[in-house]
Design a protein around this ligand. Sequence first.
Ligand code: FDA
Length: 392
Amino acid sequence: MPKTSSFDAIIIGAGAAGMFCAALAGQRGRRILLVDHSPEPGRKILISGGGRCNFTNIGATASNFLSANPHFAKSALSRFTPADFIALVDRHGIAWHEKTLGQLFCDGSSKQIVAMLLDECAAGKVETAFGQAATVEHRNGSFQVSLGKDVTQAPALVLASGGLSIPKLGATSFAYDVARSFGLKIVEPRPALVPLTLSGEEALFKTLSGVSAEVVARAGNGSFREAALFTHRGLSGPAILQVSSYWRHGDPVTIDFLPDLRPGWLRQAKRDDPRITLRRLLGRTLPDRLAETLSDQLGIGLELGNIPDRALDAAEHRLAEWQFAPNGSEGFAKAEVTIGGISTAELSSQTMESKRVPGLLAIGEAVDVTGWLGGYNFQWAWASAHAAAQSL
Ligand code: FDA
């Protein structure tokens, strides 16, 4: 329960963005109340990165984010960079390593990042009210936040309660609901960084559950070279999670199973070794079960020497542009993030403050800025929190 009833700012949501914003604003001398309906702050941080928190990506720029306004994130990202967050992690003596593609993880545990943020909040004398649902009213330019029987107030309210992904970790539509109640526009929220599901004939691929391969996957204008994984429900793995953010119902997902091979490789293989079968040839690059399923689907069982070049060209083309038609995704229950959210058109990119409601700010995943897989979403949480904290 807060000790006082009046603050400079009340921040709703003690996730990555809310905790960081509270700490920075508190350290600037602001009296901050940080509220969360969950008794435990930073639950997504704790499970992130397989328990090691992929806390940033050293290559993060605005081009790694999706938003109705692709320029919106530039200002905040340039004023608080991955190097700034690394410096903080280093100051706390947290050991880290780069795993792949610029992704930085704790050597130890995600708990260290939560502990660091709580220490930073303590340094900023942030008051907290965890495990309590909040309701918000706006009276005479002041935000009144009710926590059970207690009413607190502040001239600034920061919406940091995230998106809709993973309701069982405490995700709610709170930020969108409050924003809507003030007349702010919401870009339709959709699950992103989420496995896609297959049905019908493509359900055949489900027999490959557990098989993965490095591919180039494409959907919409997203294209990623990473691992794709077949699951009992459809497609997953980093490449698929990445393109899921660009995928819309009805769109195909195109997979190049052999991105390193040059056009004409199948005719060449026929000349080099006419007695080899497609299955054996594919098995040199791809897992056996996948090689078998693909050659079965292509209907090429004979040795390559018996297959006309035209048929080989068609098979090669299909292997490079294999089209899946997902019938959906695994939804918010499995989505790492929510794409969409509070429209950036409503917010100042400098301060994250609403253009029409002075004192109302939104940060982190609640805003229509969504990063790729690989530490980008936390970098947005830190950067947007920093931008907001400078203006509180
Ligand atoms: P976040 O969701 O973290 O916090 C929102 C807070 O608001 C929560 O504490 C919640 O309890 C609270 N809240 C919600 N409704 C409320 C209400 N009505 N009243 C009060 N409080 C309320 N990203 C990345 O960069 N690297 C990674 O390794 C991963 N890994 C990862 C794994 C998994 C399984 C998931 C689900 C997600 C990731 N992410 C990630 C994404 C990353 O976790 C996410 O983008 C950030 O946590 C967003 O930070 P926010 O602070 O905006 O929201």
